[in-house]
Design a protein around this ligand. Sequence first.
Ligand SMILES: [Zn+2]
Length: 327
Amino acid sequence: MFPIHRPRRLRQTTQLRRMVRENVVTTSDLIYPLFAVPGEGIAQEVKSMPGVYQLSVDKIVAEAKEVYDLGIPSIILFGIPDNKDVEATGAWHDCGIVQKAATAVKEAVPELVIIADTCLCEYTSHGHCGYLEVGDLSGRVLNDPTLELLQKTAVSQAKAGADIIAPSGMMDGFVQAIRTGLDEAGFQDTPILSYAAKYASAYYGPFRDAAESAPQFGDRRTYQMDPANSQEAIKEIELDIAEGADMLMIKPALAYMDIIWRVKEATNLPVAAYNVSGEYSMVKAAALNGWIDEQKVVMETLTGFKRSGADLILTYHAKDAARWLQE
Ligand SMILES: [Zn+2]
């Protein structure tokens, strides 16, 4: 064949490369995570995540305006409550921190799409994603009783102004339980973005600092997926689709691009990738040391997610990426 075929012909100039580019990241693809804490005037940087802050509701509102002005269409809210208990009261109470933040953001920036993370681990005293048997020290969350709490949480989040409900606890049947709850409460039009394939990953380490949600004992391997499995991801997404999920999420993203690809191939639903805290912190740490070019590495990573099939990317780099995309 050589030299008839010379792929380099199409790489000769910036304009040529633009013309044949297969995947591009746009600001519309980005979702920015925010952590709400009680109080006022609080912006507490998360030690292991430079540039990421726990914010009181007033600061969340300011941040939401900035995010919207940058052209990012959506935020996802996590909450750190004043008090934690075994019932995860802070998750489903109408005066919960995520509910307060959602209401305030909706009032200030009505067009910004608010996604509410729907889980209980930030709100339980033991840090697990649901009810435990009394005396359980392994973290084997009781599935079915937990569904009721998730249902209550989702409904109160929707009431507070959340546009999309995103259940993340990997309980069996959680999409159906939440769909039923939302429908009965009159929120038929509120979509569910299911954390459909969420792995028990060490990449969540820094997030647990940010959300103060590290389990006090045991681990999450009885409900989150084994990192060694991919067939099982397809099983999980098929169940969530059958239960009424509108969009699917894969978490984490970087070490799971094959899963993003397989899920995208297996479904017509929009697929989101969560570029998680540990992925962010590694890039930040290397960049702060001057070891990598942060902008180039971030944009290459985000482009990689698009290439692997992600329609949406949840990322702590969203604001930076939006700025870089404007240049
Ligand atoms: Zn959880």
